[in-house]
Design a binder for this molecule. Structure first.
Ligand SMILES: C[S@@+](CC[C@H](N)C(=O)[O-])C[C@H]1O[C@@H](n2cnc3c(N)ncnc32)[C@H](O)[C@@H]1O
Length: 251
C-alpha cells in the first residue's frame, strides 16, 4: 500500500515544526512540492530548507509540479476554487500514480496547518472516494498563521468565554461576518479592514509572520488603518504578493 503524509510545517519559521512533524519528515521517500510561480519560489525553497535541516540518515527526493492556477474570469469564487481543486486532484493523482511505488511514503508539506484554508486533505479524500487510486494517509498538524500571529502580538484570540470567527477578506468586505467580538481575517486581497465602521475596533495585523520579513502593526483601526494600507502596498510592490493575517477585536 502507498502511504501519504500531509505535514503541517508552520507559517514560515522553521522552528514552528513540531516533533511529530519532524518524525513524519523522516518517513517520507518522495516529497511533492507544488510550485505556485516565480513570486512564490521562496515558499518552495523554505520547504527544501526544512527537509535539509530536519531529515537525518534517510534518502528522499523531491518532485516539483506546477500548481494549477485559479481562474479569475466569470466563475464565482466557490466555483472557481472547486475547478481549481479538480485540476489539483488530477495533478495529485498523476504524481501518486507515477512517482510513488507500492510500500513507499509520499509527503505534502502544507503551509501552516492543513485544516485551515488548505485543500490538500479535501483533495486526497476526493481521490480516495473516486476509487481511482489506493493509498492510506495521515495528517500531522502544524502551527497556523493564526496562532503565530496571536503569539507575536502576545494576545489571546478570543475574549473570556467568547467565540472566535475565522474568515476571509472577501467575506469581511461583503459584511458577511457574525456579530462576535473577535474575528480573524485571512486571504485579504482588498484591504477589507477598511470596511469596518467602528474606528475603536482594535486590529492586530501581521505580514510574513515568523519569517525574517515579518511586519507587525497593532492599534485602534482609526489610528493605524492608513499605516497598514501603506505597508501592504509597499510589501506587494517589493515582493509581488503579500501574506498577511489580522485579528479584529471589537471595543
Ligand atoms: C491559503 S491560506 C493558508 C493558511 C495556512 N494553512 C495556515 O494554517 O496558516 C494563506 C493565507 O494564510 C495567511 N498566512 C499564511 N502564512 C502567513 C504568515 N506567515 N503571516 C501572515 N499571514 C499568513 C494569509 O492570510 C494568507 O493569505
Amino acid at each position: 500500500m502507498k502511504r501519504l503524509l500531509v505535514i503541517g510545517i508552520g507559517a514560515g519559521d522553521p522552528d514552528h515544526l513540531t516533533m511529530q512533524a519532524v518524525k513524519a519528515l523522516n518517513r517520507v521517500d518522495v516529497f511533492f512540492l507544488m510550485d505556485k510561480g516565480p513570486a512564490k519560489h521562496a515558499l518552495v525553497d523554505l520547504r527544501r530548507a526544512i527537509c535539509e535541516r530536519y531529515i537525518v540518515d534517510h534518502t528522499y527526493r523531491f518532485i516539483e509540479a506546477e500548481s494549477p492556477e485559479r481562474q479569475h474570469g466569470d466563475l464565482d469564487y466557490t466555483r472557481s476554487v472547486e475547478a481549481l481543486n479538480r485540476a489539483k486532484q488530477a495533478t495529485f493523482e498523476r504524481l501518486i500514480d507515477e512517482e510513488l511505488s507500492d510500500g513507499q511514503c509520499g509527503g505534502f508539506l502544507v503551509w501552516g496547518d492543513p485544516s485551515l484554508y488548505d485543500s490538500t486533505v479535501r483533495i486526497l479524500q476526493a481521490i480516495l472516494d473516486s476509487g481511482r487510486c489506493a493509498f492510506e494517509f495521515e495528517v500531522i498538524p502544524g502551527i497556523s498563521s493564526v496562532q503565530a500571529l496571536a503569539a507575536r502580538h502576545k494576545v489571546p484570540l478570543n475574549g473570556i468565554g467568547g467565540a472566535l470567527e475565522i474568515t476571509t477578506g472577501r467575506r469581511l468586505a461583503k459584511a458577511q461576518v457574525g456579530d462576535g467580538a473577535s474575528v480573524v481575517v485571512m486571504l485579504d486581497a482588498q484591504d477589507a479592514y477598511r470596511q469596518v465602521s467602528d474606528p475603536d475596533t482594535h486590529i492586530y495585523w501581521g505580514a510574513y509572520v515568523g519569517t525574517p520579513d515579518e511586519i507587525l502593526i497593532a492599534g485602534r483601526l482609526g489610528e493605524v488603518a492608513d499605516d497598514i494600507e501603506r505597508t501592504r502596498k509597499a510589501a506587494r510592490q517589493a515582493n509581488g504578493w503579500i501574506m498577511d493575517t489580522y485579528l479584529l477585536r471589537k471595543p
